[in-house]
Ligand binder design. Structure first.
Ligand SMILES: [Fe+2]
Length: 274
């Protein structure tokens, strides 16, 4: 599966995040403004030296950026069969693809759905096929692509909806940093990872029988990138670096868009890692 963001997206996100216009970045990195425009519109991959200057000007990790520019970063994760109780449900939102995840306790079959995506039929099929009792919906944030079929999920399964107090939904249960929701053998710990949205949450699930923990990050972190910092680049970077990337290195990361990855791989290969 292709990475969610390419070099142009990453440069643009970092530049806008730092509040730099193209001319200022051009001056700082010693690259023409025209070339920066071309990089951001995917028309140019700069030579190594220029890329290194760009990484320095944007405080991005150069080695990771170079790998993405060369198209050689493809996160490897063990098959979800190792967990045996996580399923990714991919759906379409316009020309984008969005991920929702079902995670369940394999004895009681109590389940949580992290975000809904846009395909209620796929969720309903999975819940019925697996015989799950959908107890919780955890919302990483409330952007439309992640919550498109929330009302249908609620009327079909009556789950408790866990959300941030900064992005409330009617009838939802507000959760905060450090809260832990127990679901039989699984524990769902809440990390506040705002910055892409005002109340972004990451749900860190532990207690799998033979597998490390897993964390649904929403649009805080993608494999090889981060979400757009619509609210605060500084807060988003701090949350990614100090919370998500501080989880144990074998933690499986379940991003809102693009492929699965792990904490260890993102520490090395994500240009936004410290
Ligand atoms: Fe989003």
């Amino acid at each position: 599966m292709q990475l969610e963001d390419s070099l142009g997206d990453i440069i643009g996100k970092a530049r806008r995040g730092l509040g730099l216009d193209i001319q200022s970045l051009a001056a700082q990195a010693g690259i023409s403004a025209q070339d920066i425009g071309k990089i951001e519109s995917y028309e140019l991959t700069p030579p190594d030296e220029a890329l290194e200057r760009l990484a320095a000007a944007l405080s991005l990790k150069y080695t990771a950026l170079a790998r993405i520019a060369a198209g050689t970063y493809a996160p490897q994760t063990e098959a979800l069969e190792r967990w045996g109780c996580i399923r990714r449900i991919e759906s379409r939102y316009g020309d984008m693809s969005v991920n929702a995840y079902l995670v369940w306790d394999d004895t009681s079959l109590h389940a949580a759905l992290f975000d809904t995506g846009t395909d209620f039929g796929a969720i309903q099929c999975a819940v019925e096929e697996l015989g799950l009792n959908l107890r919780f919906v955890g919302l990483t944030h409330t952007h439309g692509d992640h919550t498109a079929v929330l009302e249908q999920v609620r009327s079909a399964f009556s789950p408790v909806v866990l959300c941030s107090p900064a992005e409330p939904v009617p009838g939802g249960q507000a959760v905060r940093e450090g809260d832990v929701v127990e679901m039989e053998s699984l524990s769902i710990e809440i990390l506040e990872t705002a910055g892409h949205s005002p109340g972004g949450l990451t749900f860190h699930v532990t207690g799998f029988r033979n597998a490390p923990g897993a964390a649904a990050t929403g649009d805080a972190l993608f494999a090889g990138s981060i979400g757009g910092a619509r609210v605060s680049y500084e807060r988003l970077l701090a949350n990614v670096r100090e919370k998500i990337l501080m989880l144990p290195e074998d933690t499986l990361l379940l991003p809102g868009h693009g492929p699965l990855t792990t904490v260890g791989q993102e520490r090395e290969n994500n240009p936004f890692a410290a």
